[in-house]
Structure formats: C-alpha cells, structure tokens
Design a binder for this molecule. Structure first.
Ligand SMILES: [Zn+2]
Length: 419
C-alpha cells in the first residue's frame, strides 16, 4: 500500500508526456507506470496533467510587517491551492529583507507553515531605499539567490552597477521592477485612449522601457544574470527578444493579470484592476501571450500582492497597486494562452526554478525524485468565488476560468485538493 497514488494522468517525464500512475512514499516518487498498488490516498487524475509543482518567483507574503494583508502561512495556503510547491517571497516587507537574519526568519516561517518551500528574495539596497548596497553576502549565505527592490526600480545606476558586480561574482540574479518612478508616479493606469476618456493620469509604456534599456547596458558591463519582472508592453517583449538575440543572460516574466486583462477593464474603475505596471493595450496583451508561447518570456509569475479590503475598496486613484493571483494563475495561463502540457510546465515550474536556482523543484517526474507534484485538469471550467488568502483583491472572482488544480503534493504530502 502506497501513501499516495495518482491514477490515470498524463504525466510529464524526461521522455515527455506518458499516460501513467504515480506512487509516492516518504516524500519521494516511488513508482511511475502501470500496475501500481493501492494508495491510502488515491487521486483521480483522469483527463489531468501531472507534473512538477508550480514555482512562483514573485510572491508577496507580506510577513514581517503587513500581516493584516497576508502572512507566510496564509500565503502558503493560497500557493498550495494554486498548485505551487515553491515560492520566492518578495523582500518589500517591514523590515525589508536586506540582511541574513530576516531572510532566515522568512524561510523558517515557511518551513513551519509547511505547505510550500518559501525562498526569500533579498533586496538590492538597504531598506529598499535605493542608496546603499544591501548585505548581499549575508543574504547569499542565508540561501538568497534572487535580488530585487521590487515595488521600486533601483534608480541610482551606480549603486545598481555595484550590486550587479557582486551578484555576478556570486552567481545570483538581479530581478528588476522595471518601472521608472518619474514617469509612473503621477499616473494611475496606462497612458492612452482609455486614460484620456476617463480623464485619469496615465503611465506611458516608456516608463518600463527606459529602465530596461538602461539596465541592459549595465548587464553588458557586468555580465550579471538579469530578470525583468512583470513585463507589460509589446516594447518590453521586443527588448527582451533583442537582448536574448544578442546573447545577454536575460530572462523575463509575465503576470496572469497582464495575460488576461487590458486597459479596457480599467474603465470599470474597479480598484482590482489597479496594478504596477498597469494593464496596457490589447496589442500589448497579445504580444505578452505570443512572447510566453514562443519563449521570449521565460516564466509566468503571479506578483500575488494582497491588500486588505479597507485599503483596496476606495476610489481608484487612492487604491494601492496590486492583485492576488496564486490560486488562479494556472487556470488563467491555460485559458488565455493555451499551451501544450510540456510548455505549460516549463513556464510554470521548470524555468522559474532554474531562474531562482531552486533545487528539487521544476523537474520532470522520475522515480526517486522529491514528490513535489501538481495534478491539473486543463478542461474543467469553474468560477472562483472566494480565496484562502487573507485578502480578496482578485479580478478573477466571479469570472469563468478554464483549468483547475485537482491536487497539490509537497514533500509527499497532499497540501491542497486530493481525495
Ligand atoms: Zn514589481
């Protein structure tokens, strides 16, 4: 008798997709194929894709400092519900994750919650203030591999270059919130036809482009691995394509909300469509979908950004930026982009794990490998109405989605769905 058996799924293996059962015992995959004995827990995976648990390299867990929005336990539960087995926690907490002890605290809180592996990102600058280098060496020793001042772009090119040199030597990755504040701070949404119609101050796509252009010059100088967060524009996708063609060590992510919505949705002035960078034109959305399909965009990252109702349910201009997305990201990607299962697992699991250097996640299933597994039904349609996050700032609630996580298994234990 096995601890867990996943029956009749289309399983991602190193030989591609095969129809098989999977058995799991003591945290590892113990069998893959046919004729597998009964499990204490049996997961019916008929019509489902079975592969490595999703990895999100852009999650805001809000702890320490903003526990009324989310904490590491509640954010981990949302991640597990969405099929994730590992997340990278953004460092814009209070205090910020700019030193070793705080990074260790976040990772330990993640282990205590025990639902996903939580890998803290570290800041680029002290307190995310953009002025002096964070304790990069301490952060590295605490296991940090991804460095970002997310929430803000690093404005000071000299400081960024210095940190890039350090991180390049260590072998980590710089992950940039590529939005120029001097072009974005006055605005609330994409600068274009809809912002004109609404009489709302806009944020031009150039806000993203000027940061990416500057940073690529610093990447040429330092050789650092460089990742662009939440691409929002066709021009951003073009820049990543050109940088890759040039041979630069560059990767990029897109969020589920930028794959699903556009500036037209902002016309509702529902604050759940307010985020940074903003939702842009339908041509931009199409370029993001195409970029993810072709691989110019390497990964989908949620930018799961919880805000309490009392903060978000205010006039659009006053609302904070960001939406939650961990629980519906896979469904949005499946429904909006329609990837084949091999590409789907690459963008949701394998490539994110590679960018953030997360071992033991993102690999095709094999006997002996750690049992971090998701069972995803790409055909089920459903309408989410609630969330296990502490916050509800989700534009997906009440909307029909195609694709649903049937079970998530982390370290051999069913953490969501199942039975
Ligand atoms: Zn950001």
């Amino acid at each position: 008798m096995h601890e867990v058996v996943i029956r009749n799924g289309s399983v991602l293996t190193s030989e591609g997709i095969i129809e098989a059962d999977v058995s799991i015992d003591d945290g590892v995959v113990t069998g893959l194929g046919g004729e597998i004995a009964e499990g204490v827990v049996e997961v019916d995976a008929k019509t489902c894709w079975v592969g490595p648990g999703f990895v999100d390299i852009h999650t805001h867990l809000r702890e320490p400092g903003y526990e009324w929005k989310e904490d590491i336990a509640s954010g981990s539960a949302a991640a597990a519900a969405g099929g994730y087995t590992a997340v990278v926690a953004m460092p814009n907490t209070e205090p910020a994750i700019d030193n070793g002890p705080i990074a260790r605290f976040v990772a330990e809180r993640g282990s205590t919650a025990g639902l996903v592996d939580v890998f803290p990102a570290g800041t680029i600058t002290m307190g995310r203030a953009g002025e002096t280098m964070a304790h990069i060496d301490e952060l590295w020793d605490a296991g940090v591999r991804l460095f970002t001042d997310d929430g803000d772009a690093v404005g000071n090119a000299a400081v960024l270059r210095l940190v890039m040199e350090y991180v390049a030597q260590l072998g980590g990755v710089i992950s940039q919130h590529a939005v120029d504040p001097s072009l974005s701070l006055a605005g609330y949404m994409h600068e274009g036809a809809v912002s004109s119609r609404l009489g709302m101050y806009g944020i031009p796509s150039a806000a993203d482009h000027v940061v990416i252009d500057r940073d690529l010059e610093l990447v040429r100088a330092t050789g650092v691995r460089y990742h662009v967060q939440h691409l929002s524009s066709a021009g951003g996708v073009e820049r990543i394509a050109a940088a890759k063609a040039e041979g630069l060590p560059v990767t990029a992510e897109v969020t589920p909300h930028h794959l699903m919505f556009t500036e037209e949705d902002v016309a509702s002035t529902d604050p759940d469509f307010k985020m940074m960078p903003p939702l842009r034109r339908s041509e931009d959305r199409e370029a993001l979908v195409h970029g993810l399909t072709t691989g110019t965009i390497d990964v989908v990252a949620t930018d799961h950004a919880p805000h309490a109702a009392l903060e978000k349910e205010v006039p659009f201009e006053h609302a904070p930026d960001g939406v939650i997305g961990l629980e519906w990201c896979a469904a949005v990607v499946n429904g909006e982009v329609g990837l084949d299962p091999v590409t789907f697992f690459d963008r949701m699991s394998t490539s994110p794990a590679a960018i953030a250097q997360i071992a033991g996640h993102g690999e095709p299933l094999s006997v002996g490998a750690s049992a971090d597994v998701v069972v995803f039904d790409p055909n089920q349609t459903w309408t989410p109405t609630t969330s296990v996050s502490k916050s509800r700032n989700a534009p997906y609630l009440g909307r029909s989605l195609t694709g649903r996580v049937r079970a998530t298994i982390h370290d051999g234990r069913v953490t969501a769905g199942g039975g």
